[in-house]
Structures are given as structure tokens and as C-alpha cells.
Ligand binder design. Structure first.
Ligand code: PMP
Ligand code: GLN
Length: 401
């Protein structure tokens, strides 16, 4: 044992949390949701919808529970769901996926964790973009790997190609891409994805592509999977989740697909994380994936309307609001309201305006990058967003007085 582990401190006389996990003791989502609950604030912090998914999906899951689908499903996932994911990838993205190369996971979170744990030895490097979804840094730390986070800067949140190239080394194992991107709402362009893919190829890295917001792309644009770019399917693990697409974030059913040997590696790690989960949910999600195009179109159109509602309200309240091309998040700059620190702003916002949000700095390796940026979620009922906008409208005046 290292001196750090034996460090006195806990009730047992040694530190109670391994050193590499100490920066990750609690998530901003837990903290801000607890604050919203305590203060009665409207929670636009943690990204979860306040309406349920399609009625047929809920009914199917309930019937599966009462019908006895309650024991361990097969390790790689229920065959119907693996087939449905393959079919979905062909229907929406033109990808040819063999159901045998689909692995069902406990949410996208587990797929990402299993990929990193399977592919990285301690000291190996994972490149991603900052700000990043918070589990990325914690997962890389769990694996003992090293995170190299390339900045995405407002207003466009495009990366600097030279900075990206400089992040690569002979130890780069994974480039962890997320498009549409949480928290910025950016959607990577074909040129950007191609450039990332070329560098991954040059350095022999695997692309792990987190596409959980694949059906939340706005203004007539279409999602572009990393694996759809020429030559990229051979080195890409594509990850998605039912949580976002079907508004069932608490079910934690996700999946990953890619080349057989990569999926086999991910499966090796995954089977000792949770082994399996979600037996009654998996067949229900298989059926939901086959819902007509209108379901998917309505999802994107509804969220686009909500984006516009919240964006207009935030602008009227004095925020700088950056463009959001996908996901259900918008990023604002609170400097215009006289704040110098987004985290401080978020801790005070429930009291100031009865609304909760999350600071972008916590998603950054270099917190200075997102110092005055604050993320709001708009996956809420229209009346909830309208009430939030109403509450926020007084903020500029309150700050001025
Ligand atoms: N990746 C991103 C970018 C996310 O925003 C989320 C949302 N929680 C996840 C992964 C995790 O998805 P899941 O809840 O399916 O684990
Ligand atoms: N993905 C959601 C978000 O970014 C929720 C994540 C969580 O609660 N861990 O808000």
C-alpha cells in the first residue's frame, strides 16, 4: 500500500478514498438537485425530462415485470434489443451493424466506463474535449489513465485543430467524442469529425463516440455518427442510451456497438461491473426503437421549441446565450449580469430567482475555461420553462439594484 492510502484521516486510521478518486466525491448534479429540492427552485440543472416516455414503452415494461421477465437477462443483452439497435442504426444512420456486435449496458455511463477500463492500462491517455460530461474524468481516473482535455471555447465551441493534434502521443488509446455535445449544445461538423478520425488513425487510437443525444439535433440538421465517416467504423465504438431518446433516464439501459474485437474487450470489463441489468426494460426498449419516424421527429421539434422558449427568456433576462444545435442544454455567460464566477452564481440562483442551473467550470480540467459559463436544461414542460423564464426575468433588475 502506498503512503497515500495509509494516510491517517478516516475512522480506520487510513484515508477512506483512493487518491485518484478524491476530486470526484460528489457530482454537481446531485448537489444542485439537492439545492433545488431544499429551496423549491425549478430544477434546470440536472438534465432529466419532467414527462414520461411513450405510453407503449411504459406499458410494455410494466407487462414484462408482471409477466415474469425479472431474472438475469443474457450477458450481452436481450437478443430482441440487440437486433433492434442494429436495425435502428441502419434505419437512421445507414450503418451496417451485426446484432452480435451490440452489447447492452447499464446506461451509456457503463458503456463508457467499460470501454475505458478495457482499453487503457494505467498511464495510457484518453483525449476528450472540455467542458465534458462529468463521468468522463472520473472514469478515466478510475482506470488510472490520463485525461487530455482539449478546449471548446464559446461562442462556437469549435476546437482548435493544432491544440487537438498536440494532445496526441504514443500513449493515446482513446479519443472520447460526444456529439451532440453536453454541456455546450454543439454538434460536431463532418470536417471536425473527419479531422478527429484522421488523427485517431495516425496515432492508432480507438474512437469512443458518445451519441446519447443522437435524436436531439435541431434546425433541420441530421445527426452524424462518427462511424458513418469513411473508414471510421473499423475503429469506433458507438454508444447511445434509451434514457435520452425515450425520456426514461432512470432505467439506465444503454448500448455500445463496433468492431467485434473491440466490443469483446468492452464486454470483458462490463461483465464484472454490473454483469447485466434491466431485464424487463430491454424488450420494451426494443419495441420502442421501432416507433414510427413521427415519434423521433416530434421529439426533436418539441425540444427545439423549448430551446427557443428558454433562449429567448434568458436573453430577455440579460444573459448571453450561446447557440445550441443539439442536446437539451443551453450554455449562458453570466458575466453580462455582473457575476465573475458561474459556480458562485449557481449556488445563489435558487435564492435570487427560484431556479437551479449548473456551472460549466465543473466540467473542465481547466476551470478558467468555463469560469462564467452556466448551463440550463430545457427538457421540461412548457409551463415549467415559462415559469422559470418569468422568475429569471427579474434577475437583471435585482442585480442592478
Ligand atoms: N453521456 C452524456 C454526454 C450524457 O449527457 C449522459 C447523461 N446522463 C450520459 C452519457 C449518461 O447516460 P446514461 O444515463 O444512459 O448512463
Ligand atoms: N446527463 C444529465 C446531465 O448532464 C444527468 C447526469 C447525471 O445526473 N449524472 O444533466
Amino acid at each position: 500500500m502506498t503512503a497515500a492510502v495509509l494516510r491517517p484521516g478516516g475512522p480506520y486510521g487510513w484515508a477512506m478514498l483512493v487518491e485518484r478518486m478524491r476530486p470526484f466525491t460528489s457530482t454537481i448534479f446531485a448537489e444542485m438537485s439537492a439545492l433545488a429540492m431544499r429551496t423549491g427552485a425549478i430544477n434546470l440543472g440536472q438534465g432529466f425530462p419532467d414527462t414520461d416516455g411513450p405510453p407503449s414503452l411504459l406499458a410494455d415494461a410494466a407487462a414484462n415485470i408482471t409477466g415474469g421477465l425479472n431474472q438475469y437477462p443474457p450477458g450481452p443483452g436481450v437478443p430482441a434489443l440487440r437486433a433492434a439497435v442494429a436495425e435502428h442504426q441502419h434505419r437512421f444512420h445507414g450503418l451496417d451493424v451485426d446484432p452480435d456486435d451490440v452489447l447492452v449496458t447499464t446506461g451509456a455511463t457503463e458503456a463508457i466506463a467499460a470501454a475505458v477500463l478495457a482499453l487503457c492500462d494505467p498511464g495510457d491517455e484518453v483525449i476528450t474535449f472540455q467542458p465534458y460530461y462529468d463521468s468522463y474524468a472520473a472514469t478515466v481516473a478510475l482506470a488510472g489513465a490520463v485525461l487530455k482535455a482539449v478546449p471548446l471555447r464559446p461562442p462556437t465551441f469549435a476546437f482548435d485543430p493544432d491544440e487537438l493534434r498536440a494532445a496526441f502521443s504514443s500513449r493515446t488509446r482513446i479519443v472520447l467524442v460526444n456529439t451532440p455535445h453536453n454541456p455546450t449544445g454543439a454538434v460536431f461538423t463532418a470536417e471536425q469529425l473527419t479531422f478527429i478520425g484522421e488523427l485517431a488513425t495516425e496515432f492508432g487510437a480507438v474512437l469512443v463516440s458518445d451519441e446519447v443525444y443522437e435524436h436531439m439535433v435541431f434546425d433541420g440538421a441530421a445527426h452524424m455518427p462518427m462511424a458513418s465517416l469513411p473508414g471510421m467504423a473499423a475503429r469506433t465504438l458507438t454508444i447511445s442510451s434509451a434514457g435520452k431518446t425515450f425520456s426514461v433516464t432512470g432505467w439506465k439501459v444503454g448500448w455500445v456497438h463496433g468492431p467485434a474485437e473491440l466490443v469483446a474487450a468492452v464486454r470483458a470489463a462490463k461483465q464484472y461491473l454490473t454483469y447485466v441489468s434491466g431485464a424487463p426494460f430491454q424488450p420494451a426498449i426494443a419495441a420502442a426503437l421501432a416507433l414510427p419516424d413521427s415519434f423521433y421527429a416530434d421529439l426533436a421539434a418539441g425540444l427545439q421549441r423549448k430551446r427557443d422558449l428558454l433562449t429567448a427568456g434568458l436573453r430577455a433576462a440579460g444573459f448571453i446565450v450561446y447557440p445550441c444545435a443539439g442536446t437539451y442544454f443551453v450554455v449562458t455567460d453570466v458575466a453580462a449580469l455582473g457575476f465573475v464566477d458561474g459556480a458562485d452564481f449557481c449556488w445563489r440562483l435558487p435564492e435570487l430567482a427560484g431556479v437551479a442551473a449548473v456551472p460549466v467550470s465543473v466540467f473542465c480540467t481547466d476551470p478558467a475555461l468555463g469560469r462564467t459559463l452556466v448551463r440550463f436544461a430545457f427538457c421540461k414542460r412548457d409551463e415549467v420553462l415559462s415559469e422559470a423564464v418569468e422568475r429569471l426575468s427579474g434577475l437583471g433588475r435585482a442585480m442592478a439594484s
